[in-house]
Design a protein around this ligand. Structure first.
Ligand code: HEM
Length: 243
């Protein structure tokens, strides 16, 4: 049963909410973000851990490779918000529609409303998560270019620092071969705000993720609508009398 179709059993109404696209995005995002946090944290503490230069290059290569899967999945979700149906659409997901403020006020007063999609606090959380994930994606793709000269900007940055522009392929991470020292310095100053954004957005995510998990558990208790398992099979069980 799809697209909000309902199946009545006892005092609950089984309602289809999360499409296969949303669920696939969600779990691939969970997995890739978890791996990125683990590998990113090792990169963050690489010097304290005594990791060699080759080890750092390997870690960054692994991190960026997972980052591409994460980025492709996130771009897919962003597009789905514009071209998808029902709860895939941004209008149903982000806290920007006309009635949002009223919805939030009702939610705070706990008027017992049951939400098929996200409740207003959930929309705020999705907005914050999406913003932070997008910052990670954009900043990550830029620093992948300045650090290990990986696509999409690697060739551009390698060429910007090359002494001999016809020998770009000999420029390697952490090597000074064919690198113009001044151009390298300039490239590192372009990189600086992106690495700062990557690190601060990482801290923000470390705060948001446990909050998101806690909020979902609290909503499960408050609304009793199977919100946790709905992200696996797509259905929420809404109380009939609150329909
Ligand atoms: C949720 C997603 C992500 C998280 C949580 C994350 C986290 C981190 C962390 C904690 C670091 C260490 C920062 C430091 O050493 O100062 C890092 C470094 C890095 N990340 Fe990510 N990252 C994410 C996504 C991405 C993506 C999508 C890419 C590119 C495809 C990327 C590319 C890089 C690169 C190249 C570095 C090395 C920067 C350095 O020299 O320290 N990251 N990331």
């Amino acid at each position: 049963m799809k697209n909000g179709q309902q199946n009545t059993t006892s005092s609950f109404v089984k309602t289809f909410v999360w499409s296969r696209n949303i669920r696939l995005f969600h779990w691939l995002n969970v997995l890739s973000v978890l791996l990125l946090i683990i590998v990113g944290s090792i990169i963050y503490f690489a010097s304290n851990l005594g990791i060699s230069t080759n080890g750092k290059i390997l870690l960054k290569t692994i991190h960026v490779s997972i980052g591409y899967i994460f980025a492709a999945n996130l771009i897919f979700r962003i597009l789905l918000g514009f071209i998808g149906k029902g709860f895939e659409r941004w209008g149903q997901t982000l806290p920007f529609n006309k009635v949002f403020n009223q919805d939030l006020a009702d939610f705070k007063q706990n008027k017992g409303k049951v939400y098929k999609g996200h409740n207003p606090m959930g929309k705020l959380m999705v907005g914050a998560l999406m913003l932070s994930l997008s910052v990670q994606m954009v900043s990550g793709l830029v620093i992948a270019g300045t650090d290990i000269y990986y696509p999409p900007f690697g060739k551009y940055f390698a060429s910007s620092i090359a002494q001999d522009k016809s020998q770009i392929s000999i420029i390697k991470p952490y090597s000074k071969e064919n690198v113009d020292a001044n151009a390298y310095k300039e490239m590192r100053s372009v990189r600086k705000p992106f690495i700062t954004a990557h690190v601060y957005s990482f801290y923000f995510l470390l705060l948001l993720i446990p909050l998101h998990i806690l909020a979902v558990c609290l909503v499960e208790r408050r609304e009793k609508n199977s919100i946790v398992s709905s992200m696996i099979h797509g259905y929420k069980y809404l109380p009939k009398d609150k329909e």
